[in-house]
Design a protein around this ligand. Structure first.
Ligand SMILES: O=C(CO)COP(=O)(O)O
Length: 254
């Protein structure tokens, strides 16, 4: 079975009530391929999840940008997986590099979060990626394998997992990975899944790319064999997000 193209929009910590309404109306008016061709998921900040879910077109879905590592309770400032399920939020992004690096989330902590969110019935966009220093020292594959292993050690069913490869040096920098760089890591990640989990999981798990994706560079990236979509930051707040969704057509005609 083919891997359906996946385009996620990570709005990060951006937006006012008015701006969010504007983004949603732009998305709602966008002419995009059908749900058979592309799965679209947008991820507003927590406080805008109900507004977004309530007014977004039904063929697009929503994701939270994080959730707590276990059942909710006395964890001030946290949002639990149970709450997301209660609000009918189907997806959550976990392990984003901004949380790993700024908030100190370890591979193991991210693995625990992924396992817990899946156990509650959420679908997970699990992020991995190396820093510039790690790439320059030649440890890219080792880093992404260790991040993936910490998830694999805790998760047995990968049906509801999308892996986002987001090299830290490409995030918010305008310095997108070349199609060859993205393809290389995606292929290695798939090889890792094949060797360490199963051929079936390797063949069916979507590996999406994130880091300075925009309307101009998305088609060439989408054409790579192991690039199954994108996780978009800055450009997901702009009308060009529609063009990025349309890059799914590249796959259809491949
Ligand atoms: O971090 C990202 C998506 O999660 C990528 O961000 P940019 O697209 O702004 O580089």
């Amino acid at each position: 079975m083919g891997r359906k193209f996946f385009v996620g929009g990570n709005w990060k910590c951006n937006g006012t009530n008015e701006e969010v309404k504007k983004i949603i109306s732009t998305l709602n008016a966008g002419d995009v391929p059908s749900q058979d061709v592309v799965e679209v998921v947008v991820s507003p900040p927590f406080v805008f999840l109900p507004l977004t879910k309530g007014s977004l077109r039904p063929d697009f879905h929503v994701a939270a940008q994080n959730c707590w590592v276990k059942k909710g309770g006395a964890y001030t400032g946290e949002i639990s997986a149970e709450m997301l399920v209660n609000l009918d939020i189907p997806w959550v992004i976990l392990g984003h590099s901004e949380r790993r690096l700024i908030l100190g989330e370890s591979n193991e902590f991210v693995g625990d979060k992924v396992a817990y969110a899946l156990s509650r019935g959420l679908k997970v966009i699990a992020c991995v990626g190396e820093t510039l220093e790690q790439r320059e020292s030649g440890s890219t594959l080792e880093v992404v394998a260790a991040q993936t292993k910490a998830i694999a050690d805790r998760v047995s069913d990968w049906t509801n997992v999308v892996v986002a490869y987001e090299p830290v040096w490409a995030i918010g920098t305008g310095k997108v990975a070349t199609p060859a760089q993205a393809q290389e890591v995606h292929a290695e990640l798939r090889k890792w899944l094949h060797a360490n989990i199963s051929p079936e999981v390797a063949a069916s798990t979507r590996i999406i790319y994130g880091g300075s994706v925009n309307g101009a560079n998305c088609k060439e990236l989408a054409a790579q064999a192991d690039v199954d979509g994108f996780l978009v930051g800055g450009a997901s707040l702009k009308p060009e997000f529609i063009d990025i969704i349309k890059s799914a057509e590249v796959k259809k005609s491949a």
